[in-house]
Design a protein around this ligand. Sequence first.
Ligand SMILES: Cc1ncc(COP(=O)(O)O)c(C=O)c1O
Length: 447
Amino acid sequence: MTEAKSMLLDQVRAYHAEASSAAEFIPGVTRLPPAGAVLDEDDRVALVEAALDLRIAAGARALRFEREFARTLGRRKAHLANSGSSANLLAVSALTSPVLGDRRLRPGDEVITAAAGFPTTVNPIVQNGLIPVFVDVDLRTYNTTPNRIEAAIGPRTRAIAIAHSLGNPFAVDEIAELAAAHGLFLIEDNCDAVGSRYNGRLTGTRGDLATVSFYPAHHITMGEGGCVLTDDLTLARIVESLRDWGRDCWCEPGEDDRCHKRFGYQLADLPYGYDHKYSFSHVGYNLKATDLQAGLGISQLRKLPAFGEARRRNWRRLRDGLDGVPGLLLPQATPGGDPSWFGFAITVAADAAFGRRELVEFLESRRIGTRLLFAGNLTRHPAYQGRDYRVVGELTNSDIITERTFWIGVHPGLSDEMIDFMAASIREFTGRWDDLPARSAPQTVPR
Ligand SMILES: Cc1ncc(COP(=O)(O)O)c(C=O)c1O
């Protein structure tokens, strides 16, 4: 490192100390966001160092992050993308690649997915002309189950794409076995669950493909960013091609002739020797992330174990603090799961004297940030009206989630004192309704 750079980075550390003096927590005044990144001095230095190097596109840092992240999760390949949604788009699109021959998914093929969750777990199914088959989820775990998936398998089912909900693993071993028994691909949307385990094994390690998000709300962040992981080298090549404009060439950025036959290919109707760098085997995208993002990601990755511990600790403290509170369904880990929680989900009971709205408004008035369980039942949103999809079974719990579920934070930026204040506020709120009769009728589902 040059002397000038080293001096600049020392200045950055000094600036960090100045800019980030911890503000005192004032209950009811300090905002407690449901999610948020924890960025320290090393993160700031990593970001500035990447900027000083002027590596403004994807380069050495992106490659290093991919290697380190794949190693951390125990998968052969990781491909960085510009968001978790892009990662999902790449994962589903990869299954439609002609390179897969007879195994490829074709328009009209079905992909089983959960009705309640985040839209971009599902959108790439629609975007690829495939048909989502929605199944319901359980309350408390907010995950779907092997039984529901098995019941949904039909003659055109070719894949399963589901998310580990709010960090809580779905029964991935059983679902992977189902997928294998029926010759289906499995995509694990691991965007909210990096570091979670099921039967002792990390989530995101069983699916043919797994995806991750590095948005600030997630377990580690790059600002914006995502990743696709796989052990299958054919799928890895397809993902890379789709991410990088659809090109056939696999040279790294700045490289020119890794295959030693850049001008020696004969592809489709192109003239012999057409530059491999500009030969396209997929109808692709550009979904790459930059070295600036990767620099931050490398620094954040070192903190993943500590972040996971903090999430587990905060969730446990909140769970203990709310035990026995009337009118609330509290969350539960899937049996066999050891979640690195994304959030703490609460469903207001049907017979509670209060509704979700009153409780959420009370918490927000105390500056305790709340979020809904993303879209709730996706089929009820305008975007999916008139679309081709199949529903198997009733979506009763997805509807309950739409109407009565919300979540609050457990991220590493929350202290014990903050968590205790959150639990005490909920207890105070429910206590006020103790003597009131239950609502005469639960909120009904307008149809
Ligand atoms: C389960 C799930 N999948 C995908 C995404 C999309 O990630 P991104 O915001 O990075 O596009 C999210 C976002 O929070 C998510 O919760």
